[in-house]
Design a protein. Structure first.
Length: 255
């Protein structure tokens, strides 16, 4: 999920809160607007792609249900470490084809391209369908899941198809600590270490889209995306960057 913003951000407090609703003019399609009303994070993430409409979304979901049906035949009814191991490797073999840094969730459904955020979203959606509890861990540049089962906990690191299934409790703690320490080393940036929801993850996808647009000098698009990100997940860093992007749009408009 590593997105780098090519500006220097200083720390400041913001009093603004998340908007109670978004302007209809911010949505690129009626399907995207409807998706925000649905409160379905996976639908919201897929609708972020202008090429995804209700028909395309239905096709993605039908394919996902076929995938789940095959997976359920392998896992059985009990939720064990062995169950989660089957989930991990089955998803990677069938859906997560290759890692790419600049993708959104529709890329995973369309071609198998994924990053840590979209891979985590796909695993979260799978676990929810299987009724397996999980937590999503957010850091400055990375996200992953820790799932709970009858005989322990499992860390699922979607970007590591070989070593990304971790069952040892102490190793899970060590990896979480390492990510916290590594990302605290970024100069001038507040350390992020949170447990978030799937809805928050949808906000982070818009955050990534916003930063990517800003880095390509598409300032209006960047401000559009960051408003959606703030609506879904009004975190401190999203609010900070929303403020920066708003000022940049004003500056560009005045010239």
């Amino acid at each position: 999920m590593k997105k780098i913003l090519y500006i220097w951000l200083t720390s400041f407090a913001l009093s603004a809160s998340a908007q109670s609703e978004l302007s209809p003019y911010l949505f690129h399609s009626s399907f995207e607007q409807t998706s925000f009303s649905s409160a379905n994070p996976i639908q919201i993430m897929l609708a972020a792609n202008p090429n995804v409409d209700s028909i395309k979304y239905s096709q993605y979901m039908a394919d996902f249900q076929i995938h789940l049906a095959k997976l359920k035949k392998k896992t059985g009814e009990r939720t064990t470490v062995q169950t989660l191991e089957k989930v991990f490797y089955f998803n990677h073999r069938r859906k997560l084809s290759w890692y790419n840094n600049d993708v959104i969730l529709s890329d995973l459904f369309e071609s198998g391209k994924y990053d840590c955020l979209t891979g985590t979203a796909f695993y979260a959606a799978t676990l929810e369908e299987l009724g397996i509890p999980y937590q999503i861990y957010e850091f400055n540049y990375h996200v992953f899941l820790v799932a709970s089962c009858d005989d322990g906990q499992v860390m699922i690191e979607p970007t590591d198809p070989l070593e990304g299934f971790v069952t040892d409790r102490e190793e899970i703690k060590a990896r979480i600590h390492k990510y916290s320490q590594d990302e605290a080393m970024t100069p001038g940036m507040q350390t992020v270490s949170n447990i978030i929801s799937l809805n928050d993850l949808a906000g982070l996808q818009y955050y990534n889209m916003s930063v990517d647009s800003y880095n390509h000098r598409k300032y209006a698009d960047a401000f559009n995306y960051i408003q959606k990100a703030n609506f879904l997940y009004p975190s401190t860093r999203i609010k900070e960057i929303q403020r920066v992007f708003k000022n940049q749009v004003r500056l560009v408009s005045s010239n």
